[in-house]
Design a protein around this ligand. Sequence first.
Ligand code: NDP
Length: 327
Amino acid sequence: MFSGIQINKDDAGQTVEVVQIEESQLPEGNVTVQVECSTMNYKDGLAITGSSPVVRKFPMVPGIDLAGVVCESSHPDWKEGDRVVLNGWGVGEAHWGGLAQKARLNGDWLIPLNSAFTSRQAMAIGTAGYTAALCVDALVNYGITPDQGEILVTGATGGVGSVAVMLLAKAGYTVVAATGKTSEEAYLKSLGASAIVDRATLSEKGKPMQKERWAGVIDSVGSFTLANACAQTKYCGAVAACGLAQGADFPATVMPFILRGVALLGVDSVMAPKARRMAAWDRLAKDLDVSVLESVIAGEVGLADAVAAATDLLEGKIRGRLVVDVN
Ligand code: NDP
């Protein structure tokens, strides 16, 4: 038996509790992992609170991320004792996830834990940080270089935003952080931002074409913020879009794309192929200062407190990343 969070749903609604799970109840898979840490992502918040239909079957163990040690494997790539990380692949949505002491998974979904990180640090990074790295890779691979000008990061005190600020600054870019928490200016500058802008300047309907400012953008907010960011992007600049914290809508015109050659680069972490994942984790290992990473950790909670933390996360009360020690 081991402990895990379980989400159930019936006609009366959704319930979430920490329960004892038998190993025989674990779903099918060719690798069993003794989970050391997980984390609380925006999507986990949606799953646990039931505020969006993230969970596709019940009962579900949430947790789209985990780090731990292989304790059983019939997959050729993994053996007992290997340290592994999992991000996404529908885990915590359609397949039991990381907010439990054990998980059984498809070995193809796992990647080795980079030796630069402990399990706790890997989960402080989590899907949010790995997605930030995918966004930086998208801009870099598109050809945006530091000499082209400022990069805007929206949702900057959030998980994706804060890691994006750190990675871009380390790679030599000038970073402007858009935030609703202007009181966090010193914190954002300690992560590497050169300046901040109040997110209110981006979050309302704006003109289709605005003064050109950004060489590139990493946006985790969507809606008017993404539309305004595109409208302010310089000729031949690029916008990496990965999130919807403001909204899933995109109330924009095609003008920035057809008159300024702006590129909109979609970033998905869930089904990203292994090579792209490995490149993103390599970037994190190379460019993330683990002492600065510590300042992004909002705290560490156990399984029971993770349930309450999900609501706080969605209400924007948590700055940075929440690690869940499942043991
Ligand atoms: P967090 O909750 O940690 O951060 C989101 C940040 O967005 C907040 O901290 C806040 O930053 C800002 N924000 C919140 N509400 C609003 C609003 N109404 N208007 C404008 N800004 C707002 O979430 P994550 O960083 O983990 O995730 C961010 C987004 O990216 C989510 O939508 C998530 O689903 C998505 N995502 C997508 C992935 C993918 O594969 N494409 C993977 C991971 C995440 P501040 O207070 O500084 O303004």
